[in-house]
Ligand binder design. Structure first.
Ligand SMILES: *[C@@H]1O[C@H](CO)[C@@H](O)[C@H](O)[C@H]1NC(C)=O
Ligand SMILES: *[C@@H]1O[C@H](CO)[C@@H](O)[C@H](O)[C@H]1NC(C)=O
Ligand SMILES: *[C@@H]1O[C@H](CO)[C@@H](O)[C@H](O)[C@H]1NC(C)=O
Ligand SMILES: *[C@@H]1O[C@H](CO)[C@@H](O)[C@H](O)[C@H]1NC(C)=O
Ligand SMILES: *[C@@H]1O[C@H](CO)[C@@H](O)[C@H](O)[C@H]1NC(C)=O
Ligand SMILES: *[C@@H]1O[C@H](CO)[C@@H](O)[C@H](O)[C@H]1NC(C)=O
Ligand SMILES: *[C@@H]1O[C@H](CO)[C@@H](O)[C@H](O)[C@H]1NC(C)=O
Ligand SMILES: *[C@@H]1O[C@H](CO)[C@@H](O)[C@H](O)[C@H]1NC(C)=O
Ligand SMILES: *[C@@H]1O[C@H](CO)[C@@H](O)[C@H](O)[C@H]1NC(C)=O
Ligand SMILES: *[C@@H]1O[C@H](CO)[C@@H](O)[C@H](O)[C@H]1NC(C)=O
Ligand SMILES: *[C@@H]1O[C@H](CO)[C@@H](O)[C@H](O)[C@H]1NC(C)=O
Ligand SMILES: *[C@@H]1O[C@H](CO)[C@@H](O)[C@H](O)[C@H]1NC(C)=O
Length: 709
């Protein structure tokens, strides 16, 4: 590029900037904007009445000269508003009708505010509007029926509360739309015909609404479509052959609907498909061969369907596969030996199927494997499985729960899993003792060997792990003292290690609850820092040094034979949420310092030899009688302490509710019955697969609550 060229560019750029500065907002645009600003319940700094009179200077406003190529930098050249961007400004109130007067507007982005009510009709008659983003607001009602937005390219009204049927009529006049996002609203009914006119559509999302019926036929004519998201609706019926006409599709998500029938064998035409996500549907039959041979496929998730046959993935063909989830189906037959040939495959969930052969030798070569779950899949020979899997040198998460029933957990110290961060082999009635080889998994963050029959003492090396923050050895037959070294667990003293985070939606873990059905966590970060040694035969006392584990959330030592007193130092575990010491032989009093545990929401010392007053204050005011029953404690819900001048009202209260031991027992049994029934309901509802973690936390909390009533 010559110097003259460069000079010309510099001049041109400065001229453009200059002329932009000098633009004076068109008075009609100015009035429309003022009107708009005054309709927002909150002021935008620098905009509105008290701001500069020239609205072209307002933040978020871009003007363009109406006579751009004419009177260059004439100071009074009239600026027309072409862009308005007011995102994440906490704007509330209705959207003013005056927006319709900004007839030069090309780009309008008001996403992530608190705007509500219906949309003004005038917004749908802007001849130059190309991008309309109103996502993440509180708009409601139907979308206006008439629309003439001939320049529209992007229409995003996701994450609002729009209702009625889908606004397909927008396609009549806006045939150039490329991105149409209607997700996370309350649209209902079947998909009306009409999307076919949006023939340039590339991304269409109808996810998370209340839509029913099948996919409307004209969607299959959208030959440019690259992304189709239909998940979380109530669609039903078979997925027709015509889905194969969407030859440009890269991403197809139809999960959590009621689609049924077999998956059509049309994938050979869909040469660009990378994501096929169809979990939580009712698909039956085998995986069609065009799908199990699809070279472009990166993520295949068919979890929780009713698919049958053997898993016949052809890894010579599907060499791009990174994540495979075929859990919770009715696949039968040999364990898929070919998987290690998918040389990029990192995440494999095959849980809840029935395999007729154990983990094959070929898995020794599975070097890409990072996450593996094969819970509840009829597997046997744990010793061989571990011997094979130890060669997968990138294996980080291993979940083998509910297999290998009554087998011996190998103790062989020579097994090596150098990268393992999560190890879950629970719920299998395994015999044996603390497995020596686990000691070598020095990066372990999460260890769950609960609900087995492991015996002997808990090894002291358990305290050596640098990153362990979740330890569940509950419901085994461990004897002896709690090793003091456990109070040195680095991961519970300082919680600063980086966590493994499985790929989205990897069903990691089944936590057996009262009902003996599973609750499931999908993310390592959703595990609370925990030490659960409940339901064993441990004796000795509770180490005062437990107080050093500042980052604990859950400490469960219930149903053991622990004696001695409750250490005062537990009050230093400031983040403690659950403390269960029930059903032991603890004596002495409850340290009054425990009232300082501000996050404690579940607490039980029931059935111990404790006596003296229940601490008065803090969270202790919220714990039910059942937290203290079976003890000689006094005060609170229990009988008044001797010598204390009890309030007549509170004495009557405790008399009425808990006066007789028989009555108290009755309450307890009722509580347990409710707990069991409710737990069972959750177990059934959750079955094997995923559920939002937040939802799960709420349920867990509710469960815990019921359990303690
Ligand atoms: C302002 O825009 C209106 C159209 O909305 C137009 O009629 C008018 O001429 C413009 N004013 C100036 C000074 O450009
Ligand atoms: C504008 O400024 C005046 C005085 O500076 C103030 O009283 C008034 O409340 C302001 N109006 C708005 C809308 O901010
Ligand atoms: C302003 O208008 C001119 C001509 O219409 C156009 O080329 C240019 O891209 C516009 N600028 C902006 C920022 O919209
Ligand atoms: C907002 O719109 C709704 C319905 O269109 C109307 O009932 C309400 O009065 C409007 N509120 C304001 C502040 O304009
Ligand atoms: C609108 O603004 C938000 C926040 O800045 C941004 O994430 C989003 O991509 C914008 N929308 C469009 C369609 O450009
Ligand atoms: C399309 O635009 C024309 C012209 O403004 C209008 O009459 C018609 O009602 C629009 N169609 C729809 C479906 O909104
Ligand atoms: C459209 O879909 C493609 C393919 O999945 C994706 O890469 C792109 O981010 C999507 N664009 C929008 C705006 O959603
Ligand atoms: C769409 O698929 C159907 C059935 O597979 C086929 O008959 C039809 O020719 C396809 N149409 C196009 C345009 O590819
Ligand atoms: C499995 O899918 C069915 C729909 O086929 C759904 O009703 C059920 O809730 C799903 N199970 C889980 C655990 O998500
Ligand atoms: C598996 O894929 C390879 C490579 O595409 C192909 O040659 C072979 O025929 C396929 N095998 C089966 C059983 O489909
Ligand atoms: C592992 O791969 C090598 C070379 O690709 C092959 O020779 C060997 O047989 C494989 N081992 C198993 C157990 O599949
Ligand atoms: C597995 O880990 C090794 C390092 O131990 C790394 O070099 C290799 O790229 C990883 N393999 C895959 C397929 O991710």
């Amino acid at each position: 590029m010559g110097v003259r060229h460069l000079l010309w560019v510099v001049v041109a750029v400065s001229w453009v900037l200059h002329s932009q500065e000098d633009l004076i907002c068109n008075s009609s645009d100015s009035k429309a904007l003022l009107d708009l600003m005054s309709s927002f319940k909150l002021l935008v700094n620098g905009c509105g009445l008290n701001a500069s009179a020239n609205c072209c200077d307002w933040p978020g406003v871009v003007c363009n000269s109406s006579s751009f190529l004419g009177l260059s930098d004439h100071p009074s050249s009239s600026g027309r508003v072409v862009e308005l961007v007011l995102t994440s400004k906490k704007l509330a109130g209705n959207l003013s009708d005056s927006l319709g007067k900004l007839d030069q507007l090309r780009y309008l982005n008001l996403s992530r505010n608190l705007l509500k009510s219906t949309l003004p009709e005038s917004l749908f008659h802007l001849p130059n509007l190309q991008v309309l983003d109103l996502s993440y607001n509180k708009f409601s009602g139907p979308v206006p029926r008439g629309a003439n937005l001939p320049s529209l390219r992007v229409f995003d009204i996701s994450e609002n509360s729009f209702s009625g049927s889908l606004p397909v009529r927008i396609c009549v006049n806006s045939t150039g739309i490329q991105v149409l996002n209607l997700a996370v609203n309350h649209f209902s009914d079947v998909i009306p015909p009409g999307f076919g006119s949006c023939s340039s559509l590339r991304n269409l999302s109808l996810a998370t609404n209340s839509l029913t019926g099948g996919i409307s036929e004209d969607i299959f004519t959208l030959g440019q479509l690259v992304q189709l998201r239909l998940q979380e609706n109530s669609f039903s019926g078979p997925l027709g052959l015509r889905i194969g006409n969407l030859t440009e599709l890269v991403w197809l998500d139809m999960s959590t609907n009621g689609f049924s029938g077999s998956i059509p064998d049309v994938f050979q035409k869909m040469k660009k498909l990378q994501y096929f996500i169809a979990h939580n549907n009712c698909f039956t039959g085998p995986i069609p061969s065009s799908l199990s041979n699809l070279p472009s496929l990166r993520v295949l998730n068919l979890n929780n369907n009713s698919l049958t046959g053997k898993i016949g993935l052809n890894c010579s063909a599907t060499s791009s596969l990174v994540s495979l989830d075929l859990g919770s189906n009715n696949f039968r037959g040999p364990f898929p030996e070919d998987l290690p040939n998918c040389w990029q495959l990192q995440s494999v969930n095959l849980a809840r199927n029935k395999f007729t052969t154990p983990i094959p030798q070929s898995f020794k070569n599975f070097s890409s494997l990072v996450y593996l779950s094969i819970s509840n899949s009829n597997l046997w020979n744990l010793s061989s499985a571990l011997g094979i899997l130890q060669h997968c040198n990138n294996l980080t998460v291993l979940v083998l729960t509910r297999n290998y029933f009554d087998e011996e957990l190998p103790g062989d110290a020579s097994l090596t899993f150098l990268k393992l961060k999560v190890l879950i082999i629970a719920n299998s009635r395994l015999r044996g003792s603390m497995p020596q080889w686990v000691r070598g998994c020095t990066r372990l963050q999460l260890l769950d060997l609960s609900w087995n029959r492991l015996g002997g003492t808990i090894s002291s090396w358990i305290g050596d792990f640098q990153s362990l923050f979740y330890l569940d050895l509950s419901n085994n037959s461990f004897v002896g003292e709690i090793p003091k070294q456990i109070t040195r667990l680095h991961g519970l003293i300082h919680r600063n290690m980086s966590m493994v985070e499985p790929l989205p939606d990897f069903p990691l873990f089944m936590k057996r609850n009262v009902s003996q059905r599973g609750l499931q966590y999908n993310k390592v970060t959703s595990f609370q820092p925990t030490v659960d040694l409940g339901h064993n035969f441990l004796n000795g006392s509770i180490w005062p040094e437990f107080g050093n584990l500042k980052h604990f959330h859950v400490l469960d030592l219930s149903h053991n034979f622990l004696s001695g007193s409750i250490p005062d130092s537990l009050s230093r575990i400031t983040s403690l949420e659950t403390l269960d010491l029930s059903y032991n032989n603890l004596s002495g009093t409850i340290p009054s310092s425990l009232v300082h545990l501000n996050f404690l929401s579940k607490f039980s010392v029931a059935y111990n030899n404790l006596s003296g007053p229940i601490p008065n204050g803090g969270q202790f005011l919220t714990f039910p009688y059942s937290s203290f029953e079976g003890t000689k404690l006094c005060g609170g819900h229990c009988s008044p302490c001797p010598g204390s001048r009890s309030h007549p009202g509170s004495a009557e209260h405790s008399q009425n509710h808990y006066g007789s031991a028989v009555h108290a027992m009755g309450d307890r049994n009722l509580g347990m019955t409710i707990g069991l029934t409710f737990g069972m309901a959750i177990g059934i509802a959750l079955g094997a697969t995923r559920t939002g973690d937040s939802c799960l936390r709420v349920i867990m909390r509710f469960c815990n609550h019921i359990k303690s009533c």
